[in-house]
Design a protein around this ligand. Structure first.
Ligand SMILES: [Zn+2]
Ligand SMILES: [Zn+2]
Length: 472
């Protein structure tokens, strides 16, 4: 194990941007899927590429093709920008390379099918799981799909966390280096496990969020064991927080309170889900407001905000100086506010270390806390029927439907929190052929080449996948 001694541990800041961190597949305990996808140079697919901080471009790339017998290639009809895509956009995410295709929320029509795919055929309409699972390792057998052992060959992830978590599309080389789904075409590995067939009669908008944010909102409730009669407070009124609130109400929560610092997001959820109460943490003391509503505090606190949410000056300085990667101010607020013996669920993204975490308050108050990335495929059989019956209508979060070519604008308004933006969806069919002006800069080409040579990525590419195992 990488963490058998202190010297084996590295910090996120030690993983430079533009670092290719693929592990030699032969060194893995479990077989890995083939990450380096093959492409057809004679056909194109427009895709949203990362080119550096606040620089996303829509470019023509070679079209992905079937690389492994268990692959499917999708023609994408709808894809979304996720709050966690902003980690790359803002330059927080280590392990990105210029030219990586981003996006993990997408759906479309099956275009090509590998010979070992049995559940899908050309023409099927499907939603992709944003996280890639093998369904074969011990974690997948427990249905903890985001903890899959076989779909992420990153050796840096091993060092950061003592383990590797599962593969994710378009989310840096720390999560496998898979090309993302903000594109016209995308390759889906291990397709039988990682696609959901869409029943007749449901629109893209109704089912696209099964790719991530709806299961993630549900997962937050599972982690915190939300049930009948619970009072639930949710930090972060973004799309995931809103899906967590919707899920809490469906699960029979008594009262649901959302906390955010941006008034338009709170007004939006109040308008769409009138049962939800709101607190603006910018001008109110969250602890005091929650204690006015619940004398002992809420039963459950859900963290759907994540590391971006630095407000406190001390933490701003510490993050800037690299003394911590993630602020603890939100998680401490959850710990203070929740009732004694309460439950905390964390689905907001955190990367590494936090200072001033009040571990004493957490322990002495008898709290339980669980966190993690969502087990998407586990919740599909629960959530799809709720969409079909109308019990859950996740479409309410969509504020912007943009052509794929306007993805850079979508990122900008989502990150700047302007134009009433809650959730941006992108449609490649709305603007065929449109790409961003300007290509890759010389600086980016040089940086990528140096990175590949230094890290030996080319060697891994030529070796290909491990010779054994069902997921090759
Ligand atoms: Zn997402
Ligand atoms: Zn697995």
């Amino acid at each position: 194990m990488a963490t058998s001694g202190i010297t084996g541990v590295i910090e996120p800041k030690d993983v430079p941007l533009d670092y290719t961190v693929l592990k030699d597949p032969e060194q893995l305990h479990t077989p890995t899927v083939k990450v380096i996808a093959e492409e057809d140079e004679s056909r194109t697919s427009r895709a949203v590429e990362f080119h550096g901080k606040k620089d996303m471009k829509v470019v023509n790339r070679p079209r992905p093709v079937i690389t492994d017998p268990q692959d499917v290639v999708l023609k994408i009809t709808t894809t979304c920008i996720c709050g966690s895509d902003l980690h790359m956009y803002c330059g927080f995410m280590p392990g990105m390379k210029s030219g990586d295709v981003v996006g993990h929320e997408f759906m479309g029509i099956v275009e090509d099918v590998g010979p070992e795919v049995s559940n899908f055929k050309k023409g099927d309409r499907v939603v992709a799981s944003g996280l890639i699972a093998c369904f074969n390792c011990w974690a997948c057998k427990e249905k903890s799909y985001s903890l899959c052992e076989s779909t992420n060959p990153s050796k840096e992830m091993d060092k950061l966390y003592g383990d590797r978590t599962g593969g994710l599309y378009g989310y840096s080389h720390l999560t496998g280096g898979y090309q993302g789904g903000q594109a016209e075409y995308a390759r889906v590995p291990l397709a039988d496990n990682n696609l959901l067939k869409v029943p007749e009669g449901l629109r893209d908008e109704q089912v696209i969020f099964l790719s991530d944010i709806l299961p993630t909102g549900w997962h937050a409730n599972e982690l915190a064991r939300v049930g009948e009669g619970d009072n639930v407070a949710i930090w972060g009124a973004g799309p995931v927080g809103m899906m967590a609130a919707t899920s809490a109400l469906v699960r029979g929560a008594n009262r649901v309170v959302m906390i955010d610092a941006i008034q338009y997001r709170l007004d939006f959820i109040k308008q769409k889900q009138p049962k939800v109460e709101t607190i603006n943490r910018k001008d109110k003391n969250v602890y005091e407001e929650l204690r006015k509503l619940f004398p002992h505090g809420p039963d459950v606190a859900i963290e759907a905000a994540g590391l971006h949410y630095v407000q406190n000056a001390l933490h701003k300085v510490e993050v800037t100086l690299g003394l911590e990667t993630d602020t603890s101010e939100i998680i401490n607020e959850l710990i203070y506010s929740v009732r004694k013996g309460g439950r905390i669920g964390v689905v907001g993204d955190y990367i590494g270390y936090s200072n001033h975490f009040n571990f004493g308050a957490f322990m002495e108050k008898g709290l339980t806390m669980a966190g993690g990335q969502v087990y998407i495929q586990k919740y599909w059989p629960i959530l799809l029927p709720k969409i079909e019956s109308g019990e859950i209508d996740p479409t309410f979060v969509i504020t912007h439907t943009l052509p794929l070519g306007e993805a850079p604008k979508g990122y900008q308004i989502f990150d700047d929190k302007v134009d009433g933006c809650i959730k941006v969806i992108l449609k490649p069919e709305m603007d065929p052929g449109v790409v961003s002006p300007g290509g890759r800069s010389i600086k980016e080409v040089v940086r990528n080449t140096v990175s590949s040579v230094v890290t030996g990525a080319m060697g891994v590419i030529s070796k290909g996948p491990a010779p054994t195992g069902p997921t090759q």
